[in-house]
Write a protein that binds this ligand. Sequence first.
Ligand code: KG4
Ligand code: ZN
Length: 365
Amino acid sequence: MVPFLRILGIETSCDETAAAVVERDAEGHCNVLSDVVLSQLDEHSAYGGVVPEIAARAHVEALDELIEQALKRANVSLDDVDAIAATSGPGLIGGLLVGLMTGKAIARAAGKPLYAVNHLEGHALTARLTDGLSFPYLVLLVSGGHTQLILVRGVGQYERWGTTIDDALGEAFDKTAKLLGLPYPGGPAVERMARDGNADRFNFPRPLVGEARLDFSFSGLKTAVRQAAQDIAPLSDQDVADICASFQRAISRTLKDRIGRGLQRFKREFPTTGEKPALVVAGGVAANLELRATLQALCDKNGFRFIAPPLSLCTDNAVMIAWAGLERMATGVAPDTLDVQPRSRWPLDANAETLIGFGKRGAKA
Ligand code: KG4
Ligand code: ZN
């Protein structure tokens, strides 16, 4: 039987510094004792994107204090935790170094095992924490650094069914916002503008739609937006709103096709999973209500449960890192040794081929 476990989680792979204390009981239920996240949005917004050096410095300045806060809020000391889990990739190498080295130092000083966690695994396993989901299921991870459709077969068993061959979806939102003069981060700004826009005005491309492979491509869409904006410059507010609405429509249609094919494939490969199959969404783009509605409708049509964890657990956080560590402990995975190194690239699916252009902006997830 798996014992009751408690773990300290640390996340520093991009622009959120986070620490959390999480428990798992013998039946696999999760209890979040604390969840502290410090966003660096203000530090980066002036530059229109995440600046790796600024991020690394901000992690150094904030992390020790955040870990103390997480322990204090959980009302535990380091003696009371069974292990330390720290993100060790993929992500910006400076931030990863800060988090993993801190995790190692604590593990060494407190005499606790260390789990070096793949950030993507944290996203992939979150729905088991929130919804007690059983394997297998599909995860659509859509963030500023990643766009992936992942089959989760079990702890440590992941298959990447699709990925972007160029920009990540959040990145496409951010770049589109930037060229329209909207603030960073672009996703919320584009979504806000799109509400008042005419989605039929521009017929933007829907890359890879109709193709059997399950990959994504968004850079052509961004180029088409730039071209449309240049053609009608100077832009009125209504023009910007129409472009945003048409851009979002193109993405919705693309996801409908790509993910629809993914759901069909899942049904072919797992004709009888016992319960209703599930699609989980993760990453910051999951905040987008139009895209959520598209995915919900797609799931309804295909007989899938659509699971969208609370946004604080969709975006980067340390609870998911702690939970991934707990899942590994509960499955009997040995801890990592203290010479484990951070990895800016670390595919979840070791068999997945590297696609041209993928991860070119670093491996922000
Ligand atoms: O997962 P996340 O918080 O951070 C990392 O990428 O690490 O995702 C941030 C991304 C940004 O690209 C942001 O523009 C996008 O998520 N985003 C959105 C929305 N809110 C955030 N994209 C579309 N619609 C939104 N409402
Ligand atoms: Zn992430």
